[in-house]
Design a protein around this ligand. Structure first.
Ligand SMILES: Cc1cc2nc3c(=O)[nH]c(=O)nc-3n(C[C@H](O)[C@H](O)[C@H](O)COP(=O)(O)O)c2cc1C
Length: 196
């Protein structure tokens, strides 16, 4: 599939049939994650794959409301990292999450990012502490996020190219919202820059 089509097709899918994810597709998703770029190539991540139905049900309480889809997911992939390895572990783990999410879409699976860092479980504990305790993950590992993965029961419509907010792009200077508006650079001079 051409990359832009895949990027538009990718949606957060939260409704699954409850069927397992075929092993070869799961391994392809994990390989996509493991192939991610990372700052100074530190690769600080550790991935935990969970497909046990009882534990997925327990995991669905790791957030207030935002992780219920895990009850019917085929599996969850939890992305942890050792923050001692690099200051940019959150960015590194986001790359892993994004690559796995895209690979799932390319394989016709549904997946959804469940935020773990800075979030709380239904019992009031941090999502990170809850997941570490449930899965026996050592204290030194921080949780970035969880990817729920499953056979889609319902798939949202792909995004349309015309929905893209092109005015988020500033061409050559902050004020120019289209390439046509970018008539001249409105930046400061080298002398002004030295004074900043
Ligand atoms: C950093 C981040 C955190 C997110 N956290 C959650 C979450 O905890 N639960 C959830 O259901 N969706 C979560 N999402 C999915 C977003 O809600 C979703 O990407 C957004 O609504 C746009 O929809 P789309 O992915 O279908 O384009 C998260 C996405 C990102 C990138």
């Amino acid at each position: 599939m051409e990359l832009m089509n895949l990027l538009l097709k990718r949606r957060s899918v939260r409704n699954y049939t409850g069927d397992p994810v075929p092993r070869e597709k799961l391994e392809a998703i994990l390989e996509a994650g493991l192939s991610s770029a990372s700052g100074r190539n530190r690769k600080p991540w550790e991935l935990v794959v969970m497909s046990d139905r009882d534990i997925l049900e327990k995991l669905s309480h790791c957030r207030t409301g935002a992780a219920r889809m895990l009850e019917k997911a085929g599996c969850a992939i939890l992305v942890f990292a050792d923050p001692e390895k690099t200051h940019v572990w959150t960015e590194d783990c986001s790359m892993v999450m994004s690559n796995m999410h895209l690979m799932a879409a390319s394989l016709g699976l549904g997946s959804c990012w469940i935020q773990g860092r800075l979030r709380f479980a239904e019992n009031g504990e941090s999502t990170e502490g809850f997941c570490r305790r449930l899965l026996g993950v050592p204290e030194e590992y921080a949780l970035e996020a969880i990817l729920s993965v499953g056979i889609p029961a319902a798939v949202p419509e792909p995004h349309k190219p015309e929905e893209l907010k092109k005015d988020k792009v500033h061409w050559e200077s902050w004020k120019s919202k289209t390439p046509q508006q970018a008539t001249g650079h409105q930046t400061c001079s080298a002398a002004e820059l030295r004074g900043i």
